[in-house]
Every structure is written in C-alpha cells, then in structure tokens.
Write a protein that binds this ligand. Structure first.
Ligand code: UFG
Length: 350
C-alpha cells in the first residue's frame, strides 16, 4: 500500500537511492534537505540535480522543500501541507574527522535537528519514524559479527558517532514514554556503490573521507594514489576490514522497514543492522575496483588513521528474520556500479 513518506536528507547519497526505491514501490515522497552536502538546484526553486535524476530513473515525480531541520517553523509549515504517514530521517552531518574539529556544528545539526523533527512530529501526530543510524554506535566492537544486542555508546570515539548514539537513545525514550510511536533504527555499515543507471551516486565535497569514493577518484585521475591507512592490523592482509553494503540494498532496507512499521503488532523502537555480514579488506577493495575499471589503482601504505579499528562486520540475521531483507549485491557489483557513476560523472553532479 502506498504511503506518504517524508524523507529528510533525501537529496544526499543514501537519500536519493532510497527515494528511487520508495517511488518504485508507489509511495508518495516529500523530500526536505538543506543541501549542505548535496548539489543545489541550478534554478531558484527547481529540484537538486540528484532528485531531477531520481525522477528520470523512476518516471515519477516527487516534492522538494529546501530547509534546515534547525528551522522549526519551516518544518511546521511542511508538515501542515501534507498528510504524512511516516518519516525517514537521514538528514545529518556525517564526516567523522570534521566532527572532531566542529563538535558544536555536529551536535546542533544532528541532535537539535532531530529534536525539532520529533517535537513537530509529536505536535502533528505523525509518530512513525525510520532513523538512519550507524554501526558507529557499537564503538570498538567487543565481539564479531556485531549483532543488535551488542552494547552501544561504549567507546564511541568521535562527536559524529555520539550524535547517532544520543539520537537512538532519545528515540528509545520517546517510544517508552508514548506507546503510539513506532520507530525503526537502521544501523548502516559501510554504504558504497551507485544506482545501476549511473545517474546518481556519491558526490563528496572536497577530499573524500571514505575509502571507496577515494579509490574511485584515483581511478578517474582526480587523485594520484590511495593512502592505505595501516597494514599492521590483525586481519588476513593487515589492512582494515569492513562490511560494505551496496547502497541499493540499503535503500531497499528502508522500503521493508516501512512495511514493518505498519504491521499491527509493531511497537516501540527497534534496531536492525543493515550490512552483508562479509568482511572486505582495504586491499581487497582496491583489487576489486581495479578489476571493475580495468586499470591499476596506485596505492601507498601509510600510518594508521586515528580512531580506526581492525574489523567491523555485521550480523544481519535479525533483519533477515524480521524484515525479510537480505543484501544481494556483491563486491564486484559494488565496484562496477561505483565506477559507472564516476566514469559518467567525473565531477559528480557539478
Ligand atoms: N581507508 C583507507 N584509506 C582511505 C580511507 C579509508 O585505507 O583513504 C580505510 C580505513 O582505514 C578503514 C576502511 O578503509 O579500514 C574504511 O574506511 P571508511 O572511512 O571508508 O569507513 P569507516 O569504516 O571508517 O567509517 C564508516 C562511515 C562512518 C561510520 C562507520 C561505522 O564512514 O560514518 O563506518 O562503522 F561511522
């Protein structure tokens, strides 16, 4: 059944891919985004390019409002215009390193923004929410693969991670206090890849912080080589191991979460890991990307990056059991799809 879905941060990387899947599933989509981390519309009141392309991919239309969640009145105005069934809340600042330098910006945007959203939703009686959380809430994993019972908030090393943990806590408390709230917390592992059309993808501002966008910019010639942050970890090849998930699989996770939230017996706030359960090292990723783009990717081994851990891998059994969701796209497809996007859009959306 088609729902009216308001997506905060819907013009971004995960957001645009999620909106594609929502439109394909016949939901009505309203996007709000302040576009700090997404290309803006070229004309005053047009759509950001990522959302123009979402419409092209799906042949369907969506509604867009440029606004910050810090602007509470603007949020009230948007909610008064539509009969929203469920909110997917993705809007947040997300660069780990930057969060250490600008903690106040991170706490204000991610926590105050979320509080504004939850307050306005309460006032208008929209109490169904899917939240974009992160494996970062597990801190340094105490056991692997990390399942949803793993302690959270212990050893979280940066303000970005703290904001995700605190937002989860706020939502859990809210669901205890008011039984009408239905909340799904989706803990993403490492999203990579792009839509198969090559029309939308990750378009980081400045120097990419994350491995795959960095490799991709080396492959297209925008950067000379990849810096591999350490090869002395206790992993098979010494480089960091992560659970990379194709962004389309991740997007589909939001779609099934909507179905879950509207099941009559669903209550409270419930967390699900979205990953593949498969660990991939930095060198394995570089090799797979080389294969996908047909060129050598030059790299240099450099020192460890502060705050990194050897291995983070998800247990996704709960999502499989309760959401009937499982990632199906493998490493080769992650690299091929990233490369198609990069090759067709060497400078991203600009
Ligand atoms: N790496 C490099 N060189 C780079 C970038 C990364 O060697 O230029 C390595 C890292 O050391 C790590 C792996 O590649 O071993 C993945 O690093 P990313 O920066 O791509 O991803 P992280 O696992 O560090 O972080 C991601 C998200 C965070 C989130 C975290 C949760 O970016 O938002 O997963 O586990 F909090």
């Amino acid at each position: 059944m088609g729902r009216v879905v308001l997506v905060t941060g819907g013009a971004g990387y995960v957001g645009s891919h999620t909106v594609v899947e929502l439109l394909k599933a016949d939901h009505t989509v309203i996007v709000v985004d302040n576009c700090v981390n997404a290309a803006k519309a070229t004309e005053g009141d047009g759509l950001p390019p990522a959302l123009e392309r979402v419409q092209k991919i799906t042949g369907k239309t969506l509604t867009f409002h440029e606004l910050s969640l810090l602007n509470r009145q603007a949020l009230v105005n948007v909610f008064s215009k539509y009969k929203v069934d469920v909110v997917i809340h993705l809007a947040a600042l997300k660069a780990v390193g930057e969060s250490v330098e600008k903690p106040l910006a991170y706490y204000a945007n991610n926590i105050t923004g979320t509080l504004n959203l939850l307050e306005v939703m309460s006032e208008v009686g929209v109490k169904s929410l899917i939240f974009s959380s992160s494996a970062t809430v597990y801190g340094v994993p105490q056991y692997l693969p990390a399942d949803e019972k793993h302690p959270t908030g212990v050893g979280v090393t940066n303000p970005y991670g703290q904001t995700k943990y605190v937002c989860e806590q706020i939502m859990k408390d809210l669901a205890i206090a008011d039984k009408d709230w239905r909340i799904v917390l989706l803990r993403y592992f490492n999203p990579v890849g792009s839509h198969e059309s090559g029309l939308i993808g990750e378009d980081p501002n400045g120097i990419p912080n994350n491995l795959v966008p960095y490799i991709s910019q080396v492959a297209i010639g925008r950067r000379p080589h990849v810096n591999v942050f350490g090869n002395d970890y206790s992993t098979p090849d010494g480089t960091g191991v992560r659970d990379y998930i194709h962004v389309v699989d991740l997007a589909l996770g939001h779609e099934v979460a909507i179905a879950k939230i509207f099941q009559p017996d669903f209550t409270g706030a419930k967390a699900y890991n979205l990953g593949t359960g498969m660990g991939i090292s930095v060198l394995e990723m570089i090799n797979a990307f080389s294969k996908a783009c047909g060129k050598e990717i030059p790299y240099k081994i450099v020192g460890r990056r502060e705050g990194d851990v050897a291995t983070v891998v998800a247990s996704c059994a709960l999502a499989e059991k309760e959401l009937n969701w499982k990632a199906t796209r493998g490493l080769d497809q992650m690299c091929e799809d990233t490369w198609r996007w990069q090759r067709l859009n060497p400078n991203g959306f600009s």
